[in-house]
Ligand binder design. Structure first.
Ligand code: ATP
Ligand code: MG
Length: 228
């Protein structure tokens, strides 16, 4: 059984002449432990699709099953539970809280799961070390460069230790060396814990780390041979 199963999903913005079909009938099945890249030109709907997969946004129509259970996009509780327990998301714009420190940002999502504070900090430190940014832990996000913010947002997602990791341009602000580092960490998590990973990217180097590359164009798959 696929861990993620998307059936004929649409996301339509606006009406009549101003209608935009950001996602225009997409189906995809992703198996547990797969690492998938989604590529395609700017504006083709990659972030919109990933946001739906991450239960951050609801589709206009279509069905979505996670572990065989249909996602009910009308139930906010259901969506936040999925985001809390199953899926962690690396945002294209980092989505960090500027007034908090790096460490505070990273442990914030863990707060909703309870457990001792010390455990949360230990988990955060593990991934800060892995991404070689432990020296940033007490800095305010305001003091960080774009690339540093990107790595903090990745550390925050990894600290949640979810089964599925969705990453929207996780290396967009990074140089080649740091891009490779991020992909190596993601691949290691995939190998060690059988994590399922979907990465939206413009970068062929990032795609080269993935088991499968899917191409999107105008809200659809560009090459149907890609889709299982
Ligand atoms: N909230 C919105 N309201 C109206 N149109 C939107 C909205 N969000 C996205 N769109 C449109 O949907 C289309 C797909 O946008 P999306 O952000 O998914 O593209 P993308 O493939 O991620 O692009 P990029 O590579 O630049 O990040 C675009 O035409 C965009 O203008
Ligand atoms: Mg995008």
């Amino acid at each position: 059984m696929s861990i993620l199963d998307v059936r004929n999903i649409y996301k339509i913005y606006g009406k009549d002449s101003s209608e935009v079909k950001a996602v225009n009938g997409i189906s995809i099945k992703v198996d547990k432990g797969e690492v998938v890249a989604i590529m395609g030109p700017s504006g083709c709907g990659k972030s919109t699709l990933l946001n739906i997969l991450g239960c951050i946004d609801a589709p206009t129509k279509g069905e979505y099953y996670i572990d065989g259970v249909q996602v009910d996009f009308k139930k906010l509780n259901n969506l936040s539970q999925i985001r809390n327990e199953k899926i962690s998301f690396i945002f294209q714009n980092f989505a960090l809280i500027k007034d908090l420190s790096v460490l505070e940002n990273i442990i914030l999502p863990l707060k909703f799961r309870g457990g001792p504070y010390k455990e949360r900090v230990n988990k955060a430190m593990k991934y800060l070390k892995e991404l070689e940014i432990e020296n940033l832990k007490n800095k305010s996000v305001r003091e960080l460069s774009g690339g540093q913010q990107q790595r903090v947002s990745i550390a925050r997602a990894l600290t949640q230790e979810s089964e599925v990791i969705l990453a929207d341009e996780p290396t967009g602000a990074l140089d080649e060396q740091n891009s490779i580092k991020i992909m190596e960490v993601l691949k290691e998590l995939n190998k060690k814990y059988n994590k399922t990973i979907i990465v939206v990217t413009h970068d062929n180097l990032v795609a080269s780390f993935c088991d499968k590359v899917l191409k999107m164009k105008d809200g659809k798959w560009d090459n149907m041979k890609n889709v299982n």
